[in-house]
Design a binder for this molecule. Structure first.
Ligand SMILES: [Zn+2]
Ligand SMILES: [Zn+2]
Length: 413
C-alpha cells in the first residue's frame, strides 16, 4: 500500500513541482492579461487556452456553454472531479505601474481587473501537474474554463450544457479567486454560506406628464411621488419581514426621470439590487419587492410600464478543506468571511458538493492590495504556483477519497 506522499502526490510535492514552473505560469498569466475580453466574446482568450492545452497534451471540448472549454486529464472514467477557472475580463481601463507596464492590457477600456487571467494560469499549471502524473489517475479531472462570470451567468450556461453530468457525473468541484484582501501566501475558505444570492430589478413607473403647477388636479399623474413612495416602501422588507438571524439587502441604486423644473415627467425608472444568503430569503424579498412595487403604484394611480427582476447568482454552500493545509503551513489557512458579493461558481455549487477558496495576493511591498475591479488591481504573481498546487492537490485528494488514484485506498490518505 502506498500513501499520497509515497506516490508523490502530497501537497508539498505538488507545490514543489508548481514552483519549478513559476516562470511558465507567470508568462501564461501575462499573455492572457494583455488580451482582456468581455463576457462570452472570448475569441483570443480561448485560442490561447486551447493552444496551451494542446501543448500540454490535454484533450478538450469546445465550445461548452457558448464559449467555455472543458479539458480532461486521467482515465476518462469515474470518479470525476472538476476544477474551474473563469475567463472574462471587465470594462475597466487599466492604470499600470512600472512593474506591470510591460504586459498591460492592449485594449483600451478593458482589463483583467478581477484576476481571471491568474485563475486561468493557475488552472493550466494544475493541468500540467496532473498530466505529468496521469498514469496514477484511475479517475478523471475535468478542467472547466467558463465564460461570463461577471454577471453573464456563464456557469449556468455550462451547467445547462451538461458539464456536471456528461459523460460521468462530477462528484466534487473546486473554484478559486485571487484575493487582495488577505496576505500573499495564505488561503482562505469557509464552511457554509460564502457568497450571497444576488439579483437585480428595474421598474418603469409611468404616470402622465404635464405642467408642474397648472397640470396638478387637471391631467397630471405624478410618477415622481409614486416612485419616491416605492423606494421608501421597499425599505420595510428587510427591516420588517426578514428574520433578524437572516441577512438580506434591498438597495435602490438608481432613479432616473425628468429633466426640467416645471415639467412632471411621464416616466421614472427605478433600479437596484436584492441580495440574501439563502434561496428562501431571496425568494421572499423578491416576491415582496414585486408586490410592494405593484400595489404602491396602484395606490398612487400610476402604471408600471415594466418590471424586470433577474437573479444573477444563486448562493453556494462550500465545505472546508484540510487539503489547503498540506500545501501551505496550517497557520496560513484562514477562515474566509462571508460576503454579500455574488459568485457565478454558485451555479455549480448549488448542484454538487463544492469548495471555493481565496488565494491571498495582498502584499504591501509589491503594492498588490488594490481591490478587485479597480484599475489599479495588481497580482502578486508569487501566489500563482500556490494556487496551481492547491488546485492539483484538491483534485488528487478528492479522487483518492473515491478510489480514483492507482493503488491507493481511503486509509492511505
Ligand atoms: Zn469580478
Ligand atoms: Zn472574479
Amino acid at each position: 500500500m502506498r500513501t499520497l506522499e509515497r506516490a508523490g502526490l502530497a501537497g508539498v510535492d505538488l507545490l514543489k513541482a508548481a514552483q519549478e514552473m513559476s516562470e511558465w505560469v507567470v508568462k501564461v498569466r501575462r499573455e492572457l492579461h494583455q488580451h482582456p475580453e468581455l463576457m462570452y466574446d472570448l475569441n483570443v482568450t480561448t485560442t490561447i487556452v486551447k493552444r496551451l492545452l494542446d501543448e500540454i497534451g490535454i484533450p478538450y471540448e469546445f465550445p461548452v456553454g457558448k464559449s467555455g472549454i472543458v479539458g480532461q486529464v486521467g482515465s476518462g472514467l469515474a470518479p470525476v472531479v472538476a476544477l474551474r477557472s473563469d475567463m472574462d475580463a471587465l470594462p475597466v481601463h487599466e492604470n499600470p505601474d512600472e512593474d506591470t507596464r510591460g504586459f498591460a492590457s492592449l485594449t483600451a477600456g478593458r482589463m483583467h481587473a478581477c484576476g481571471h487571467d491568474g485563475h486561468m494560469s493557475m488552472l493550466l499549471a494544475a493541468a500540467k501537474l496532473l498530466k505529468e502524473r496521469e498514469s496514477l489517475l484511475v479517475g478523471t479531472v475535468k478542467l472547466v474554463f467558463q465564460p461570463a462570470e461577471e454577471g453573464g451567468a456563464g456557469g449556468l450556461a455550462m451547467a445547462l450544457d451538461g458539464v456536471l453530468e456528461k459523460p460521468h457525473p462530477v462528484a466534487m468541484m473546486f473554484g478559486m479567486h485571487l484575493w487582495p484582501w488577505i496576505p500573499s501566501g495564505t488561503f482562505a475558505m469557509k464552511e457554509g454560506r460564502m457568497f450571497a444570492a444576488a439579483g437585480t430589478f428595474e421598474v418603469a413607473v409611468r404616470g402622465k406628464g404635464g405642467h408642474a403647477a397648472a397640470g396638478i388636479g387637471v391631467d397630471v399623474v405624478d410618477p415622481v411621488v409614486a416612485s419616491a413612495a416605492i423606494v421608501t416602501q421597499l425599505q420595510s422588507i428587510v427591516s420588517r419581514e426578514v428574520h433578524p438571524n437572516e441577512q438580506a439587502i434591498v438597495s435602490v441604486t438608481k432613479i432616473n426621470g425628468g429633466d426640467a423644473y416645471n415639467v412632471i415627467p411621464n416616466e421614472v425608472v427605478i433600479g437596484g439590487t436584492l441580495r440574501a444568503f439563502s434561496r428562501d430569503v431571496y425568494n421572499l424579498i423578491e416576491r415582496r419587492a414585486k408586490e410592494i412595487i405593484e400595489l404602491t403604484a396602484k395606490a398612487h394611480a400610476v402604471e408600471l410600464a415594466r418590471v424586470c427582476m433577474e437573479m444573477l447568482y444563486p448562493h453556494p454552500d462550500t465545505h472546508p478543506q484540510d487539503v489547503a493545509k498540506t500545501v501551505v503551513e496550517q497557520d496560513r489557512v484562514l477562515e474566509a468571511k462571508a460576503t454579500m458579493g455574488g459568485e457565478d461558481f454558485a451555479y455549480f455549487a448549488e448542484k454538487i458538493p463544492s469548495a471555493f477558496i481565496y488565494i491571498g495576493i495582498g502584499n504591501e511591498t509589491k503594492r498588490t492590495t488594490a481591490g478587485l475591479h479597480s484599475p489599479n488591481f495588481k497580482v502578486d504573481e508569487s501566489a500563482l504556483p500556490l494556487g496551481a498546487a492547491l488546485h492539483a492537490s484538491l483534485a488528487v485528494r478528492a479522487l483518492a477519497e473515491r478510489g480514483g488514484i492507482k493503488d491507493l485506498t481511503k486509509t492511505d490518505l
